[in-house]
Design a protein around this ligand. Sequence first.
Ligand SMILES: [Ca+2]
Ligand SMILES: [Ca+2]
Ligand SMILES: [Ca+2]
Ligand SMILES: [Ca+2]
Length: 252
Amino acid sequence: MTNINFSFTVIIMLFVFHSNSAFSKDSHAPERTEYFAPYAGKTVEVDGSADESIWQLAKWQNLDQRWLGPEYSKEDVQGRYKVVWSKSKLYILAEIVDDILIDTHRDPLTQYWDDDTLEIFIDEDFSGGDHQYNHNAFAYHMSLDNQAIDIGTNKLAQSYSHHVESRWKQQGNKLVWELSIDIYTDAYKDQATDNQTVELYAGKIMGFMVAYCDNDGSELRENFIGSESALGGAPDRGWIDAGMFGKLILSK
Ligand SMILES: [Ca+2]
Ligand SMILES: [Ca+2]
Ligand SMILES: [Ca+2]
Ligand SMILES: [Ca+2]
């Protein structure tokens, strides 16, 4: 390599490095899903039946990333979800196949992730970053009895069931799980009684992903599968790191 070529290469490398460092301000892992959620002009009844026509306009997104546990069969566990929105809520439809339903820990605040659990991760402003003991993002752990649990700023599990309406029905070999969720900013305070929900609008970008913990009779959950890839580091770290969430775009 001549000196001129070498200098040129260094300049190109510096340019690429500079571009990358500008890009790295985005605290999200690479290759996040982009999901475009259609606007639900009419009321969605949260009843575990996807009768509303708006559901047909939304695309399925698979839970096809194995975060924890061994290989599994289609009969053991599979899942997919859709999202639509209104000005006041996100609506989620999840279809879950699970051969054995388990809710061993009847106390909703105990080892709730080791029961069959649908997890909905929401980062209102797509900021990414740490959300373990704050409300930069929420990770609602939905139990089979429709309670929503996450860790509060006191570092203890709390019920956030008042943010979520949740109903599921078994249809064939599937659970059809329908939910509506109120959206809060990172200013949410656990003890306050006047937390304000966010009004949603077309074009808003949020952090979002869905996962399912499958247990069929073990002491600990057997599989944890999610909608986003998790390369490098702990594959289940989305419960701490909102940079693992996908990009949810509210469309018209
Ligand atoms: Ca419905
Ligand atoms: Ca199973
Ligand atoms: Ca946030
Ligand atoms: Ca199960």
